[in-house]
Design a protein around this ligand. Sequence first.
Ligand SMILES: Cc1ncc(COP(=O)(O)O)c(C=O)c1O
Length: 409
Amino acid sequence: MCFMNEYASSGTEWIRNVDWKELARDYGTPIYVYSEEFITKRARTLKDLFRELNVDLYYAMKANTNPEILRIISNEGYGLEGVSIYEVKIGLSIVQDNRKIMLTSCCLDDETLLEAIRLGIKINADSWNQLSFLLANNHEDIGVRIDLGFGAGHHAYTTTGGWQSKFGIGIDEFVHFLEKESPSGKIRRLHFHLGSGISSPEIYIKALDGLWQKILKYRAFAEIDIGGGFSYPYRKEDKEFDFYDLKKNLEAFASNYEKVHGFSPRIILEPGRWIVAGGGVLVAKVTDIKTKSGQTFVTLNTGMQHLIRPALYRSYHEVLFLQKDTDFMKAFIAGNSCENADVMPFERTVPASLKRGDLALVLDVGAYGYVMSSNYNSYPRPREIIIRKNGKIEETISFDKYLLEILRK
Ligand SMILES: Cc1ncc(COP(=O)(O)O)c(C=O)c1O
């Protein structure tokens, strides 16, 4: 727990420069507030890092589909990766070139697949039925999502490989298929996505090695897509994901590949959380402070219906208060939905002078925040505000309205 004046994470410096009281006065609370400067900087950092490698970056829209955010990231040269046909349509409203859109979904019926094929986007088959359908329809840009038998992530629910993972085609079955069917040239890309919130490159290297030993040593593919999942440092003591190490290993992989196959594959990365998490703040108001049987609860006018990560994954989010107190107390911070799960994990240290109506800033909610929100308990979803690089403040279009407009076209 820390307070505005002592929050030191260099990544979220932008929060110091915002007049939160004025914002809350102008737009009410709760509101999601995003920083264009922060998001641009992160997107550009990755792009610059991988510039000399044969790498394409596809932003994973599921992390945050706010159209303004998609526009910012797409303007940095990123493609957009979607996990539903609706995300694909949103992506297509942002980019001009349909090949800049990729779809990877575990649950596509033939009708949806046909629509995706007609759109001429990149599609990663997640099952045998999807793969057969794409091959039978001679789709030009087919990838296959491989399950290497393991995954990783910040929580079991965000681990998307291995036992009990519903995603992808098992690697051994796929090797067998390649030996039997030899659909050479028709499959352009091998893809894996191990999970979300992975804090070290090691598991990606293990996965690349698994692909190499079982498939790539013998057979070349034009593109190798290593998915997303790169962690974000939610706590002060968390380290940034080591992209330098990942890059070094990708270089070694590509050079080995070239020696064996005579060309270097295009490597695809699908970062979501890493780019946007720190670019969002949920601004709320304290509604009550109550002590019961020795436990103090500070309740807010927002909750798990607006930010489900703490309840679903026991995820940690820093909460800032604007007071410069010297006296503190211990308290749990609780949401306003009628669920006992709606309490932030871990007791926090909060200013002793905290009172009803004070502002609370829930940090690092730019990823998997608004996109996972609902109207549970009939609470309206928060408005979304973006702070432009020049300091201008704009409210963005309501997501439901945007989606409806796109679907009507
Ligand atoms: C296929 C795919 N790619 C990329 C991502 C992005 O993950 P993250 O936001 O952790 O980078 C996800 C998220 O689960 C995903 O399912």
